[in-house]
Structure formats: structure tokens, C-alpha cells
Design a binder for this molecule. Structure first.
Ligand code: NAD
Ligand code: UDP
Length: 320
């Protein structure tokens, strides 16, 4: 008999995955982290290795895996545009083959399985804010398609396994999330702007900066994922998880300049292809079924993230 819940986290050495593993260990779970270190690092989870209830397995989920667990969180997939466009074929593979392998595992075990889906399934949305019943506006042959269509296909697979095999599925649509352990070179807007501001380099603003995003602090997001996993079997999602406070990217740049006290100047650069114009989650559903809403203000979350990157920069300067 297992007294502790045995939980598999794919992509557990990544940004979100490492915080999720930590949260689950604090809740008393027995955690198996599976990662091939494509974008994640051992550094993100090194502090967990001493814990006897934490196990790390280097494995690529595009290949099957045979383990025994009660719950599966499927997070393995590069998340930043630079990383997922680096090897787009692998990005589609991890989303599709990876989902099939994890769903097959859940089917054999009768385990619950949660998919880390994304607001990118809405593409460049024509409905604002985005509700879960919106089908999206996605280019299937663009530079972002490997990620967007890969994640859409993964959602399809989850719902077909649910209908065809009665699997206990949960689909979370995660909106832009930030916090400590974001990869410093992943090109995402929060990490880029903070590092540029701290180093006194120009802030690279793509387009006019009037495109919008809504930014959720990592601890709020992880709390939402765990709440969703532990809902009754009748709840499948998809459920939006994100912070509804919407910023233009120019406003975000100004806020980060204020919070860091930086004198960096803004440098305008071309907007990348298919960059969504606006994005804000409608979180009514998450609020109703999970009793969830973000608690950390953007100013507080950015403050903690700035402190994290300051720490990284001082490590680099003291080791160099
Ligand atoms: P991340 O790149 O930090 O983490 C992804 C992890 O998956 C890494 O540790 C990487 O090494 C691992 N991985 C990649 N391919 C793998 C493979 N084939 N086998 C095993 N492991 C593999 O990204 P993140 O921000 O932590 O995102 C985690 C998940 O959440 C992703 O599925 C992402 O699509 C989703 N998501 C994140 C955000 C966000 O803003 N961070 C938004 C929407 C969705
Ligand atoms: N962005 C920017 N400068 C940067 C990095 C990103 O202006 O140095 C913009 C980007 O064009 C997009 C927004 O910030 O409009 C969010 O980009 P990110 O890559 O973080 O996430 P995503 O586009 O996937 O939401």
C-alpha cells in the first residue's frame, strides 16, 4: 500500500516543473522528475536531490517509459519562442509523441494526467479576453506553429483518450508565467527586460510595444495546477490559468525600468512573425471550479524575479 501519492512530473527540471516538484514535495508527495535537460537544468532541482522522496530520471518522453505512479503532470516541452523554434520538428514530436506516451502510461496505470497546455492554442485571438470556449486563430504553417499546433494536437489526444478510454484528464491552458528560475537566455520578455535593465543595456522592444500580455507569478500558477489535478473526475478542463491584469509590452518595460531603477533606454526592433496582438485570460471558470485567483501582485512578483536575476549576475561576476 502506498501512503504517499506517487507523482510523475515530466519537464520537472524546467522553470515551472522545478517549482511544481518543490510544491508537491512540500505537500508530502513522492515525486519522480523526468527530464532530458533540453531546456531545463540540474541547477533548478539540485536543492531537491537530497530529499529521499525526490527521484530524478534523465529520459526523453518521445520514447515510452514504464514506471508506477498515481498522477502525471505533463510539462515536458520547450516553452519560449527561441527554444521551441530552435528545433521545431522536435517541438511537435515532444507535444504529440510525448503526449501519446504519457497518455498510454496513464491508461495502463489508471492514473490521473494533467496537460500543461497554453494560451497559444488561441493563436492571435479575435476574442478578448480569451474564454475556454473560443476555438482560436492559429496559423498552421508559421514559425510558431510547431508549438501552437503541437499543443492543440496534444489537447485533442487528451480528449480522445478521455472519450475513448475513459481516462482521468485535466487540461490547463497556461498564460505567460514568470518568476525565479526562468532561463536567462530564453528570450522571453520578462527575463530579457530584467537582465537588460540590470546590465544597463538597451531594452529590446519588438514592434511598437502596444501588443499586450498578462503575466502570472509562478507560485500562483503552480497552486492552480495542483488544485486542478485534485478536482473530481468529472472536471477535465480546459481551464485557463493566468493573471488577468493586462499590460502593453511598453508598460511592462517602463515598470521594470522603475522597479530596477535602471537608466537603460528602449530600442525598437521588428515584431517577430505571428506575434499575438493581445492576450488576457478570462479566469471565471478557474475561479468557479478551483476557487482560484492569483494572489501575487505584478510589482511583488517582478521584485522577487529581479532579486533572483541580481543573484545570478553576482554569481557570474564573482566566478569570472
Ligand atoms: P522550460 O523550457 O523551462 O521547461 C520545459 C522542460 O521540459 C525542460 O526542463 C526541458 O528540459 C524538458 N523537456 C523538453 N523536451 C523534453 C523531452 N523530450 N523529454 C523530457 N523532458 C523534456 O519551460 P516552462 O516555462 O517551465 O514550461 C513548462 C510547460 O508549461 C511547457 O509544456 C510549456 O509549454 C507550458 N507553458 C509554459 C508557459 C510559461 O509562461 N512558462 C506558458 C504556457 C505554457
Ligand atoms: N518581446 C519584446 N522584447 C523582447 C522579448 C519579447 O518586445 O526582448 C515581446 C514579444 O514580441 C511579445 C511579448 O514581448 O509580444 C511576449 O514575448 P514572449 O516571448 O515572452 O512570450 P509570447 O510571445 O510567447 O507570449
Amino acid at each position: 500500500m502506498h501512503l504517499q501519492k506517487r507523482v510523475l512530473v515530466t519537464g520537472g527540471a524546467g522553470f515551472l516543473g522545478s517549482h511544481l516538484c518543490e510544491h508537491l514535495l512540500n505537500e508530502g508527495c513522492d515525486v519522480l522528475c523526468v527530464d532530458n535537460f533540453y531546456t531545463g537544468t540540474k541547477q533548478n532541482i539540485v536543492h531537491l536531490l537530497e530529499n529521499p522522496y525526490f527521484e530524478l530520471l534523465r529520459h526523453d518522453i518521445t520514447f515510452p517509459i514504464y514506471v508506477e505512479v498515481d498522477q502525471i503532470y505533463n510539462l515536458a516541452c520547450p516553452a519560449s519562442p527561441i527554444h521551441y523554434q530552435n528545433d521545431p520538428v522536435q517541438t511537435t514530436k515532444v507535444n504529440v509523441h510525448g503526449a501519446i506516451n504519457m497518455l498510454g502510461l496513464a491508461k495502463r496505470l489508471g492514473a490521473r494526467i494533467l496537460q500543461a497546455s497554453t494560451s497559444e492554442v488561441y493563436g492571435d485571438p479575435t476574442v478578448h479576453p480569451q474564454t475556454e470556449d473560443y476555438w482560436g486563430n492559429v496559423n498552421c504553417v508559421g514559425l510558431r506553429s510547431c508549438y501552437d499546433e503541437g499543443k492543440r494536437c496534444a489537447e485533442t489526444l487528451f480528449f480522445d483518450y478521455y472519450r475513448q478510454h475513459n481516462l482521468k484528464i485535466k487540461v490547463a491552458r497556461i498564460f505567460n508565467t514568470y518568476g525565479p528560475r526562468m532561463h536567462p537566455n530564453d528570450g522571453r520578455v520578462v527575463s530579457n527586460f530584467i537582465l537588460q535593465a540590470l546590465r544597463g543595456e538597451s531594452i529590446t522592444l519588438y514592434g511598437k510595444g502596444d501588443q499586450t500580455r498578462s503575466f502570472c507569478y509562478v507560485s500562483d500558477l503552480v497552486d492552480g495546477l495542483v488544485r486542478l489535478m485534485n478536482t473530481g473526475d468529472e472536471i477535465t478542463g480546459p481551464v485557463n490559468l493566468g493573471n488577468p491584469r493586462e499590460f502593453s509590452i511598453l508598460e511592462l518595460a517602463q515598470l521594470i525600468l522603475d522597479l530596477t531603477g535602471s537608466k537603460s533606454k528602449i530600442r525598437y526592433e521588428p515584431l517577430p512573425q505571428d506575434d499575438p496582438r493581445q492576450r488576457r485570460p478570462d479566469i471565471t471558470l478557474a475561479n468557479q471550479i478551483l476557487d482560484w485567483e492569483p494572489e501575487i501582485s505584478t510589482e511583488e512578483g517582478l521584485g522577487r524575479t529581479i532579486d533572483y536575476f541580481k543573484g545570478l549576475l553576482s554569481e557570474v561576476s564573482s566566478s569570472g
